[in-house]
Unconditional design. Sequence first.
Length: 72
Amino acid sequence: MTTCPYFEHCEFVLRYVARVKPHWDDFINHYCQGELREFCKRLEWFQRYGTKPPAELMPTGQTVPESIERQR
């Protein structure tokens, strides 16, 4: 399967995935490059609104937990 066309500019990936490695690598493996891509809420936002979704919106539709957000 191909990688999401928004992957290189995805603020969630750029801001959070590296910070929570290796635990959030599954988001990339499943939502950005795998079988769950069509269910990614970030991709849905890009397609529906034509703008970047909030960085804290996770591919599942949930928001980044506050404990991770505070690590910035």
